[in-house]
Design a protein around this ligand. Sequence first.
Ligand SMILES: *Cc1c(COP(=O)(O)O)cnc(C)c1O
Length: 408
Amino acid sequence: MADQSFPITGFSSLAIHGGHEKDPNYAHLTPIYASSTYVFDEAEQGMRRFSGQEKGYIYSRWGNPSMTEAEQKIAAMEAFGLKNEQGEPLELKGILHASGMAAISTLLLANLKTGDKILTHFSLYGGTEEIIQRLLPSLGIGVVIDDLRDLNRAEHHLKNDPSIRMLYIETPANPTIQCVDIEELTSLGKQYGKIIACDNTFATPYLQQPFRFGVDFVIHSTTKFLNGHGTAIGGILIGRDLPFMNTHATKIHRLLGGNSNAFDAFLLINGMKTLEVRMERHCENARKVAEYLSTHPAVAKVNYNGLPSHPDYAIALKQMRHPGAMLSFEHKNGLSGGTQFMNKLKLCTRTVSLGTCDTLLSHPASMTHYGVKAEDRLKYGITDGLIRMSVGMENIEDILNDFDQALS
Ligand SMILES: *Cc1c(COP(=O)(O)O)cnc(C)c1O
């Protein structure tokens, strides 16, 4: 185990050692602390812990050593190599949640109140879109949705609508892999005094660090590439305003009760140790799959932000280490072509979700967006033949051989 004072210089070293604290029983890995509560030596100690005079665990909805390690590791990765306004290493606070949606709920309810509005891009994760479009309005919180790749439109809203309190972005986004410019949008948002939050799930902190550009909050569904093995649902809210995170955000998290648990945290901690090596392989494979698909006669269009033909290629190049492992493509025979292709796959996995070792494919028109009217789907670029793909870590020849037979 690394000495706390050792100056770690590489991302993988941090992913492996970051956030770990020596176990009091000298266990190599932080054990799964399956305990709902923590005991006090004496009543006065309970008092000191409740009042915050003494550090220590009380109740696992509030915190647990397994969850703490995952929180510290992700916060350290998001802050890796970054400096604060004073030029010192950036310090961030993460709060682990039961799911990405739970982390997003805490973010929204800790920052917005009746009369406020949220400004966001039109391409968002489905659950996020529903919470913003259905739940927030019932609390009197409005929403403004636009194409935030157009900075003039973004500025128009930020400048003219003082009730906009938060700018919420997700980049790259589902399913057309659109990217928005984190640096430009953050600088505009700051100019007009807004809170800026970024969903960094598709990229992970290895590929993209939104705090570099000054965002206030980052959220992740840790279910995806961070866990990396599809073994647990989870999410995290990370913030740079430590007093806010340690008081108000912590309070809202505890009250809403969307806490994670020790077992999922354990799976997440160990999954994250290989983040860099996994992402390198995922991204290399994704680039090869995108190149293969872009010349295939059965494919009408490829959406991959690493291809110069993608409208957001330049933004991805600017803010991401690699363009990522997510892509989508349109089968030229529409709904039947998409369905037949999915049914013919022999190696790759037919499922929703993303970020596991195996290659995952979903067909939105027949799966996630089956109930959505075609005209609404088309607005988001979800055509009948669109296939979404999370490129896995198999040997590339095998992925391409499976595609060869399934596209024939
Ligand atoms: C999956 C996902 C979420 C929601 O996370 P859960 O862990 O499923 O609650 C949010 N944002 C993005 C981009 C996602 O892919």
